[in-house]
Design a protein around this ligand. Sequence first.
Ligand code: ACO
Length: 327
Amino acid sequence: MTAYIIGTGAYVPEQVVTNTALQEYVDTTDEWIVSRTGIKERRIAAPGESASMLGVEAARNALEDAGVPAQDVTHVLLGTFSPDAYIPATAYALRHHLGVPRGMAMDVSAACSGFLFALETARAILALHPEAIVLVVGSEVISSRLNWKDRSTCVLFGDGAGAVVVTSKPTSGSAEVVDVLLDGDGSLSELLVVRGGGSSAPLKLGEPVGDDFFVQMQGREIFKHAVRSMATITQSLLEKHGLKASDIDLVIPHQANIRIIESLASRLEIPMDKVFVNIEKYGNTSAASIPIALAEARREALIPPGSNVMLTAFGGGLNWAAALLRF
Ligand code: ACO
């Protein structure tokens, strides 16, 4: 069974927050943020705008691109670390907003790698149910879990959603999902956590939330692991398929930091003009970053038929992933 991406879509909230605007909350500068990360601005969800609400807009765009009515979707998979709630799964809220509440829906928790972990899950579902039409979404309202007094994290992230429609039947312009590799190392989990409110650090009624309710990260360590792990897994996927880096027409990496992306490209010996970058507009949107970038790259006609496209991500876990697409 081969899986195909037959439609892509993205959605970002309307509110643009520039680096300069962040000076209202933390001691920072546009120059520091741009030079250390490449981020110029990010989108921030309006009050009440949840991950399922952003996700459903991206999903509608992907379904329209695929020419598939929402009623035909059999499975919904959602990568997110900023769900609407603990229960129910946000994928069910998304399904409900889509107007097709009945059927399978599931959240996939793999932080910034969530979209690629969900894509591989879609391939597994299609192997069992070749007639399935799987909606794979990455959606995040990370602003809901950011400590707006911590300049080392709050400047890095943004909100948004991206989606793809995956089936076992190719269409004109669809992309074959040639292969996906997933990996991770739980011994590195403390490098990037949102622990507060979980069963290891429960909230107590009447007590205020602490710093651990928000994203906490050891940036420098994450940086090193990110470059190493994405390079290694990408090379493994290339080798598995007898390909060289020069066979890749476009790399769409997780958009976490322009310096991570440049270091990755340099390790892979792939020139930056073959690497898709939109971090300046959105910051790090975690599980949404790859499907947003994929939708934009297609919209900008950067992926002609016959292209080999490599997706690669890393995230809290730590975990990392790569997927090879052939258009
Ligand atoms: N504005 C101004 N100064 C700042 C800011 C800021 N926003 N943030 C930190 N600084 C200061 C620090 O306090 C420090 O000051 P000091 O030297 O007086 O102590 C100085 O800048 C240097 O700080 P570093 O942390 O060493 O800066 P670095 O060059 O490592 O850049 C960064 C930090 C951007 C966080 C980088 O390490 C990085 O991008 N790491 C990867 C983060 C990442 O990708 N996370 C997402 C993971 S994916 C997921 O699953 C969510």
